[in-house]
Design a protein. Structure first.
Ligand SMILES: [Mn+2]
Length: 357
């Protein structure tokens, strides 16, 4: 046996990208459509037998006609057989895009909320799967076992991390007992890596494109090879843009502090920069405007606090005042040392965390 497949999931085509300005959100949706071309290119280049799309191909029930056209055109270009298992965002139904009759001939869908099988004798393989037909689904793999003699792949949208999930909860026992050689999953948006339950290999590739700051880092698809020795899985990053969160100590010159903290190439990425520590009053809007050209998207979050004038309370008839006065009078001996002592003492008196000095 030697089956090569490309496994992708959770493309969420036509996502709103609500956190981005409208123009950039539209550009991201265009990039989602371009991602389809990249996936098909990779699939053809790797000479895969199968393209497995494990659900949430669309973000919702309404799909732009352009998106559908690009998808159909790209899939027609794909030399592999394409199988789609609809998920909770794009359930199969008579009004869903999947029910249209103009799909390329190499594209096949699961349409029932129960396990169905395709026999692929030319690959000596069985391909099993099921569909969401609504926003949730019971445990579709429960009690299922591959029936035939051939090696088998199962394609499903479902949650293998939470046994109480309303989204087709999948347990390791079900995976172990289903008898498939590989279970191609979707739903969880961070890639799983290659996992095993008994002799069953399984994985989910995560969403192929980051859509927010809960989806940071590289995103992509898996290319897998199934042989008698087992399953081999390679992650292929595809999305050229990443969501990144960077925390920066604002200091005296927040703009310079940000520039010092950034890696050289940031033009393609979407950043959230969190400014921390003591800082003079910040004008976040103009700071964002002046730095924006260096990024595809930038949000600056101000978590700084006003710096106190260290010696302000000196001379007051309080413990703080007497403490500061005593240090102030001697600070000519060693300015740095006495300022440090004053900072630590004031923080202790305020009950604040001791600042890093
Ligand atoms: Mn999803």
């Amino acid at each position: 046996m030697r089956i090569k497949f490309l496994h992708a999931a959770d493309l969420h085509l036509d996502s709103p990208f609500a956190a981005l300005p409208p123009e950039q959100a539209a550009r991201r949706r265009r990039e989602q459509r371009e991602l389809l071309g990249q996936i098909v290119e990779l699939c053809n280049g790797e000479q895969c037998d199968l393209l497995l799309l494990a659900g949430d191909l669309f973000d919702g029930a309404t799909v732009y006609p352009d998106t559908l056209e690009v998808l159909q055109r790209q899939l027609a270009r794909c030399r592999a057989l394409v199988f789609i298992s609809p998920g909770n965002h794009d359930p199969y139904g008579p009004d869903s895009p999947y029910a249209r009759n103009d799909w390329p001939k190499n594209v096949h869908f699961f349409t029932e909320p129960s396990m169905q099988g395709f026999q692929l004798p030319h690959l000596d393989l069985e391909l099993w799967g099921a569909a969401f037909t609504g926003p949730s689904a019971p445990s579709l793999l429960d009690g299922f076992r591959v029936t035939g003699e051939r090696p088998a792949i199962v394609l499903l949208h479902g949650d293998a991390q939470n046994a109480a999930s309303p989204y087709n909860a999948i347990t390791t026992t079900q995976l172990e007992q289903c008898g498939a050689d590989y279970v191609a999953l979707g739903h969880i948006h961070a890639p799983s890596g290659l996992l095993h339950a008994g002799k069953t290999a399984y994985a989910w590739p995560g969403c192929a494109m980051g859509r927010g700051f809960d989806e940071t880092g590289p995103r992509g698809v898996y290319v897998g090879t199934l042989t008698d020795e087992g399953c081999d899985l390679q992650f292929h990053p595809l999305d050229s843009r990443r969501y990144l969160i960077l925390s920066v100590e604002a200091g005296a010159d927040p703009r310079q502090s940000i520039l010092d903290a950034l890696p050289p190439e940031t033009e393609n990425d979407i950043y959230r920069i969190v400014l921390t520590g003591p800082s003079p009053r910040l004008d976040v809007v103009s700071l964002e405007e002046s730095l924006a050209p260096r990024f595809f998207g930038l949000t600056i979050v101000d978590e700084t606090y006003a710096p106190q004038n260290l010696w302000e309370a000196r001379g007051q008839d309080t413990l703080r005042g007497l403490f500061l006065q005593a240090l102030y009078e001697r600070r000519a001996e060693d300015r740095e040392l006495y300022e440090m002592a004053a900072q630590l003492g004031v923080a202790a008196l305020d009950g604040r965390e001791v600042p890093e000095l």
